[in-house]
Design a protein around this ligand. Structure first.
Ligand code: GCU
Length: 441
């Protein structure tokens, strides 16, 4: 009896932390740190007017390229070509269209390609509808069970559960995986809100394993130098190529495109929003270390751990900051500042300590001065990490929801609302600071 009581006490008194043991999950153990000021130039000069932000922005972008994500060695390939499949108009009971588009990255049918699944409302107004450009983890066919969605032929990583269930076999997606991630995709809500979803499998651009950069896009561009892109940089580049296509699609208004990703793909969506200013909104869902979370906080995942577990994600220079975050010339609030003054949405989950929810909020908070200088209301006065399920902010929005590391309908409802407020109606976008020129987008 006593023994049982002891066991129960042990089980219930041990906090359930969602993250590997041996890392810091205790707020009181967060070290003292000083963040680089996004509004102070490398030469020490303060950026005081919006017009000067562009110069500082270039500087910060260069630092992220050199030290964190790596510079993309190529932009839009000259021979980029799109092959549109049939557009079915009976999707979701006839209220939406479904189309498969192959983006031939270098124009060659046998060369690297990215397959985009475009789901749009059937009746679109002149000029098209806003769209979410979203990276997916498990293939376009995993997003919805419609049999017409092609199964990717690219390399696919798989958890032991995915293998057991037959979703992935020998690192290739299988028919059995059709729709198996559909709970993460609020397709019908998006369509009912008059918006489109354009999604692609990130592994089409670069496989997510440490392959010494021999496959995917790196096989074409060569082994990256220490300051050149890793996989995250290449996935973000893929988002831009998806947007290149959407600019040609009449159902979509490509000027109203949000880039969305979860977890490692949330790190990617922030980098895509930072590097490609055509994205009108950037959404990071539970992106954590190397995404929205401040590296210097040392809460949950660390730079050393991420570089060790995923050596292919960042550029080689990032390794210099393993257990040495204080020396990083930037921190992740400056990644958010690169998106200013365009809207950004950062979302955390309460049970996702590994991603450091508070650190994700603090990035938003410390990017706020840049958003204000560039003529927006930024976080709209929010100063404290909010209570769960209470979104805060203006052009910078943030929420922490109950539950674990995941993408839920609740998250999508907030993103759809942000798209309506900030991209469609531009409701709380711009104030007019004395010296700001027209908005810098
Ligand atoms: C790991 C990794 C995270 C990442 C996550 C994911 O947990 O440590 O940094 O965000 O995988 O992408 O699922």
């Amino acid at each position: 009896m006593i023994f049982r009581y002891l066991i129960a006490t042990l089980i219930f008194s041990t906090p359930l932390i969602a993250g590997p043991a041996g890392y810091n999950y205790d707020e009181s153990k967060v070290p003292e740190y000083t963040l680089p000021d996004p509004l102070v130039m490398e030469n020490g000069k303060k950026v005081e007017i919006a017009a000067a932000w562009k110069v500082r922005r270039d500087e910060i972008l260069g630092l992220f390229e050199e030290h964190v994500y790596g510079k993309a060695p190529i932009g839009r390939p000259e021979k980029l070509r799109f092959v549109e499949g049939e557009k079915f108009d009976d999707f979701l009971g006839g209220k939406a269209t479904l189309q498969h588009v192959r983006i031939l990255l270098f124009g060659d049918e046998n060369g690297p390609h990215l397959d985009l699944l475009v789901i749009a409302p059937k009746n679109v107004p002149e000029g098209g509808v806003p769209a979410f450009v979203a990276l997916n983890f498990s293939g376009n066919h995993s997003v919805h069970s419609d049999k017409r969605i092609p199964i990717p032929d690219s390399w696919m990583r798989s958890s032991s559960d995915d293998k057991k269930a037959g979703y992935v076999k020998d690192n290739r997606a299988q028919e059995a995986g059709r729709g198996f991630k559909k709970n993460r995709w609020a397709v019908e809500k998006i369509i009912d809100s008059g918006m489109a979803l354009a999604t692609f499998y990130y592994g089409d651009v670069d496989p997510d394993f440490d392959d010494n950069f021999e496959n995917g896009i790196h096989a074409v561009t060569g082994k990256p130098a220490a300051g050149e892109w890793g996989s995250i940089g290449s996935w973000a580049w893929g988002c831009s190529r998806a947007l290149d296509y959407l600019e040609t699609n009449d159902s979509v208004d490509a000027k109203k495109a949000a880039v969305f990703g979860h977890s490692r793909l949330g790190k990617t969506s922030l980098w895509a929003g930072a590097t490609d200013q055509r994205f009108a909104l950037s959404i990071s869902n539970n992106s954590g270390c190397g995404g929205a979370a401040l590296s210097r906080r040392h809460f949950g995942e660390t730079v050393e751990r991420i570089n060790t577990s995923f050596p292919h994600w960042f550029c080689d220079n990032f390794v210099k900051y393993n257990e040495n975050e204080g020396e990083l010339p930037v921190d992740q609030h400056q990644l958010i500042s690169l998106i200013a003054p365009r809207p950004v949405y950062i979302a955390s989950a309460e049970g996702d300590e590994w991603a450091d929810p508070k650190g994700e909020f603090l990035s938003a908070l410390h990017a706020d001065p840049v958003y204000r200088l560039t003529g927006t209301e930024g976080l709209a006065g929010a100063k404290e990490h909010p209570a769960v399920n209470t979104p805060v902010g203006g052009v910078i929005r943030y929420h922490v929801r109950t539950g674990k590391h995941d993408v839920t309908d609740y998250d999508w409802e907030q993103y759809i609302k942000a798209m309506k407020d900030l991209v469609v109606n531009k409701k709380d976008e711009i104030r007019a600071p004395g010296e700001a020129p027209t908005i810098l987008r």
